[in-house]
Design a protein around this ligand. Structure first.
Ligand code: ATP
Ligand code: MG
Length: 268
């Protein structure tokens, strides 16, 4: 994983993740192109990685036959692809081919020493491709993706910033193949509170319902971060630091304000 800033152990299954999961499932079943857009830091990449179980694949050598393959890989059928900043149709195609090969080889190995007899080669097990950072795609790379989609008939989800859907609307042929658009939203207040509870638990404490200082601190964090996962993580990192340096037993509004002053927090 690229960012390791969270004190929350592991992935949290939020309502927004469930919506994303449902959206990807629909694109996979219908073999549609879907566009998912949302502001920075709301959890798009992490959700895509979780959906594709990409942590199990990344960095593995599909031909290192002596390394064991986790059994959970056996039912994977989704490829996560992130184009490079300076992408070309050729780099996109080879990135997709490499990813397909990795997926196919590891899924085959997870099933045991049986070779796939699927008639259409590598794409046989891949039912969905998620392209993260899709804003990076050049015009010709989008054409390449359209060609890939037409030939493979695999579902395709493009993930990017708000405005991606408007940009893609300019490519009439590509856009005519788009079945769904999905807005990835920040956390609601209740969910932000749930995430904060996980942070508190990570420190070995709980948010006390009958303690005004705790409630005031939580309300301040929710207001400052506006339900943005990345901001919550960064702010809580500073809160933890200030709490430890000053050997404080509780987190108060003043601690949150001091933590906020340490960060460059803009609107997300
Ligand atoms: N479901 C989750 N559970 C736990 N932590 C999460 C979750 N979603 C996001 N985060 C935290 O928020 C951070 C930012 O998430 P992520 O990188 O997925 O955002 P993004 O929407 O892809 O942002 P960008 O548009 O900048 O790429 C993660 O590094 C992680 O710490
Ligand atoms: Mg991202």
């Amino acid at each position: 994983m690229s960012e390791v800033t969270s004190f929350v152990p592991g992935f949290l299954t939020t309502k927004e993740y469930r919506r994303f999961e449902e959206f990807c499932g629909a694109c996979r079943r219908e073999r549609y192109i879907g566009i998912c857009y949302g502001p920075p830091g709301v959890g798009k990449t992490l959700s895509a990685r979780h959906y594709a179980k990409w942590d199990l694949f990344e960095g593995r050598n599909p031909f290192a036959f002596c390394e064991p393959v986790p059994a959970e890989i056996a039912d994977c059928c989704c490829l996560l692809y992130t184009p490079s900043v300076t992408n070309t149709p050729r780099s996109v195609r080879s990135g997709l081919d490499d990813g397909m090969m990795l997926l196919q080889a590891l899924v085959d190995r997870a099933h045991g020493p049986i070779f796939s007899d699927a008639p259409c080669g590598f794409s046989a097990r891949c039912e969905l491709v998620i392209v993260d950072e899709a804003d990076r795609l050049s015009t010709s790379s989008i054409e390449e993706l359209r060609d890939f989609y037409d030939r493979s008939k695999i579902g395709l989800v493009l993930v990017g910033m708000p405005g991606l859907e408007k940009r893609l609307a300019r490519y009439a042929q590509f856009y005519s193949r788009v079945g769904f658009a999905h807005a990835f939203r920040p956390l609601s207040q209740d969910e932000a509170r749930f995430v904060l509870e996980q942070h508190w638990q990570g420190w070995g404490g709980t948010i006390r319902g009958d303690e005004f200082a705790d409630q005031e601190a939580v309300a301040a964090i929710i207001t400052i971060t506006a339900g943005n996962f990345r901001l919550i993580d960064r702010l809580m990192g500073q809160v933890r630091r200030i709490k430890e340096i000053n050997q404080l037993s509780t987190v108060t509004r003043e601690v949150v304000d001091a933590a906020r002053d340490c960060l460059v927090i803009g609107s997300s």
